[in-house]
Design a protein. Structure first.
Lengths: 263, 263
């Protein structure tokens, strides 16, 4: 392996890493992204293989990070001054280790029985959390519309806690097309639909979740079989009772999971 | 009403607002906090009454904010230069209106049949999201341990989307004491417990949710009747499948809600 100590912000490798950290277009055109922290990098090793490059800060690293580096002696490594390293990470208390990796492409199963369609989710933390929940619930494919924030940004990866490494993602989809072509029941999570709990969910199901503020687009509401809602305790009393998109997705996907386990 | 244009960062009123925005101790000792945005301020008007002070930035305000201000002509108002206003808010795209309010104290019902105990949640956005979910699920009291982040910080209020205005909060509790004194079933959400779905949840129930990283403390695990888990699709295969604290809370609380509606 090659080890390099980079101390100039004008170094072309460093400049490229900065772009990858900040810029979805750069990630898309290069097919690369950055993973931050031991947990994500271990997940990558377990599912995809070795990173292209390891990035560590000067100074003492955590025990966890040092242990991980000992398994990666064959991988090219660069060391950066603390502040330059910090500028690559979305977190203030970094675990002191990053990796440059190709964005993985996880194959779709031949038959998708449990799918999630994500329409225009804007916040990277929300998107990450939704993908993490989907992976935990056993979703087999997540379809993301063009209007979604990039699933491979450092913040979305952090929110996903590795979900992006196991869950097949189909990006830049047309929401209506995906709903119309799904071979099974299609349901949109809305504010004023039928009760989620009145739906039989043990067969092939696609759930659609919409933008944090605007909800599911009208076109998509028309394209799905049913608009469903999660019954709230005091629905509408003060317009204060509602769920955020990530919580609503968790409730809906695990209601599927419950019906499958108990059916 | 009195209207004041403040342009100096050394103004004592402004300095006090800065402290309230940044500092839990200041909020606690003064019993005051800041609400940001039309939605939260409208929620406060509907549930508590008029704010003590309105705060607006120089320049053109949104239609929503102007409409709201017309309902608050009797409330003292200060106007701030844009940058000074921005330094009081947790969001980059502020809706251009804030209010100074006494922290509301919402009375506990005499009998609490559905409670949430929150142990050492650190992230204000997570705490807000958990409280929002609890309010939507019909939780009647939320108990927060001393180790929790402040529920009245601007970020937690934003995450709660008004939950803090309707849900009785009991802060600085001893987790074990709360669990032991609850008159009903007490359940802790853990990684390796019995299935959530095997629990009868239509009677009085207290759920406990733990710290994002460490989970429920051992002492609290011993104090509750049962440790329960949400069954994951591929439990443990890659240690990548898990739920964050807010998503797990949503699934558990709405499983209660479902059993109550269907039982």
């Amino acid at each position: 392996m090659a080890f390099k100590h980079i101390t100039s912000r004008d170094n072309p490798v460093y400049k490229h890493l900065r772009k990858l950290a900040d810029n979805a277009r750069e990630r898309k055109s290069s097919g690369l992204t950055l993973l931050e922290g031991v947990h994500l990098i271990e997940g990558y090793l377990q599912t995809q293989g070795e990173p292209q490059l390891m990035i560590i800060p000067e100074g003492k690293s955590s025990l966890e990070a040092s242990n991980l580096m000992q398994h990666l002696v064959d991988v090219d490594t660069i060391m950066l001054p603390t502040l330059m390293f910090a500028d690559l990470t979305p977190v203030s208390s970094s675990s002191g280790i990053m990796a440059l990796v190709p964005v993985p492409e996880i194959a779709l199963p031949e038959i998708v029985n449990f799918a999630l369609l994500i329409e225009n989710i804007q916040d990277p933390g929300n998107l990450g959390s939704i993908l993490r929940t989907a992976a935990a619930a056993g979703v087999q494919a997540a379809y993301l519309t063009k209007g979604c924030t990039d699933a491979w940004s450092p913040k979305a990866l952090r929110g996903g806690q590795g979900a992006q490494l196991v869950l097949p993602l189909v990006e830049n989809v047309d929401a209506v097309e995906v709903a119309e072509q799904f071979a099974g029941k299609t349901l949109a999570l809305t504010m004023h639909g039928q009760s989620l709990y009145d739906q039989a969910l043990s067969g092939p199901v696609l759930f659609a979740v919409g933008n944090e503020g605007a909800g599911i687009s009208e076109a998509l509401q028309h394209a799905v079989n049913h608009c469903v809602s999660i019954p709230m305790a005091h629905q509408g009393v003060l317009a204060l009772e509602s769920l955020n998109a990530a919580a609503a997705t968790a409730v809906a996907l695990f209601e599927c999971q419950r019906q499958r386990l108990q059916g």
